[in-house]
Unconditional design. Sequence first.
Lengths: 328, 306
Amino acid sequence: MLAFIIRRLLQSIMVMLAVGFIAFSLFNFVGDPVSLMLPPEATAADREEVRKSLGLDEPFYIQFAKFVGNALQGNFGISLRLGRPVSQLLIERLPATLELAMTAALIGLFVGIPMGVYTALRRHSVTSKILLTGSLIGVSLPNFLIGIFLILIFAVWLGVLPSFGRGDVTHIGLWSTGFLTISGLKALVLPAVTLGLFPVTLIMRLVRSEMLEVLRTDYIKFARARGLTNRSVHFGHALKNTLVPVITITGLQLGGLIAFAIITETVFQWPGMGLLFIQAVQFADIPVMAAYLCLIGLIFVVINLLVDMLYYTVDPRLRISRAAAGGH
Amino acid sequence: MNKHSALARFLDGDIWWSFKQNKLVMIAAVAALLCLFASAFAPLVAPHNPFDLKTLNLLDAFTPPSWTAAGKSQFLLGTDDQGRDILSTIMYGSRVSLVVGICAVLLSMLIGITLGLISGYVGGSLDAFIMRVADIQLSFPAILIALLIDGVARVALPKGMHDQVAVYVLIFAIAASGWVQYARTVRGSTLVERNKEYVQAARVIGRKPLAIMFTHVLPNVTGPVMVLATLHVGTAIITEATLSFLGVGVPPTQPSLGTLIRIGNDFLFSGEWWITVFPGGALVVLVLSINVLGDWLRDALNPKLR
């Protein structure tokens, strides 16, 4: 167990170093940091001064080590577009994105699981077929288009929900939340539904196929033979066993949701990290791009690591196959 | 083996039969062909040329679709903010979308198949390295990687130059975000083929590894790749539309469907819904029909499902 954790941890550190290296090269080679920081009328002596102060005259590996050191302390420099420290900007925007992604994941679980169970138990009903076809169409549609159509229907034509921004937010320490005000909750509905549609279809399909598989197993037949009610067999025995993969997949999806939030946030002008990133791309704001890249990389690596370890503890079969495949 | 007999064999074969059995697939094929035709011959069939500034009249701007009260008969689906006919911009736009999508898939295939062949045939630490990179890339969403490559190119290239090469950058970004699937599939099949007798025979007569990979192994591993590619075209078109919608895709001088939707999005609130809805609908029809065809092809070519 310990060896496995250490190996995965080393792997994660390697991935983070690779991501950090990309961010670092973005910073130092793609854009010229000296001309980014100086006014155009600066002299050659000024440029040399700045080069020295930034440590650009030092060898490459020392520069990279310094970059990693700064990144570990959360220091990514100053946004070129907004003129404020990048870490501060990201911390301000983080709650908005996390609240959006969390709500979308919860919608995925609470809508997807019942739909999955229903389509598995009533396989041939008309509703099941509609749900399955609908989910196929939902997956083929580009996410931003769903957002636009929702805005058109609920904000423009019906005028019942706001289409941009977060509404009123309450500040609790560093965290700003939209959960506590009516306008904040109303503003959350459309973006969260847009972002949640993909996890809903994914979880529904996953639960359905897992349920169908479990319902065929011997212990379900045995439970029926014991004379348990349908309700107890379906929900007490079958559903319980499908939930482990569902929860891990949802966990894995959380990183994807935070990344996909870029699109949803642009459609709804949701003031989160994704909107900050896309504006940084449009304005070639390299420090923000680099920092966002590192943060997203970190989120993905941590989620993957946790899910791997969870699998390892939950599923004993994995330990054997890992040990067998460990040689390669 | 003349052409006629090949056609006759195709019409008599399983794939054509399964095509005729499935109404949804036939509808999708008609829709896809229609989109393909309308975009390929856009200069001939489009009612207006939306990029010919001489024919544009700002007085025509924001004309609603022709069946509404304020509509004009010459603009079937209405006009946008510059008086361009929506139907024509959709035809020209889906042209850009299709070209970018298909080119991206071809480039992605080229990268993925080459790396997969090398990885599977050569093996060893090279294989381990390529698959490691593939694993890492697979743990990030494709759209994020495409966005990143596009963003880097935006910073690296001088401003004026970027607009000219934006389409190529976009194709490369989408291709680079999708090669992993091809590489994995090809590597898997290559590992199987590598030990077969015909490969050993080729090695014995002294053919070079590269020649063996591309002339002997490649033809035997392309089957599954074709199915992947069909489904990938749909994904690539969505990725392109998404990037263009986010404002980092093709420049507005060469609007794709995504750019058109982005333009229309600004007028959603002033009631000009048709500028967004029709390009959006076109995108949905295009992607949906390609996906239905890809799904069907996967099932039709899979002997286990027959």
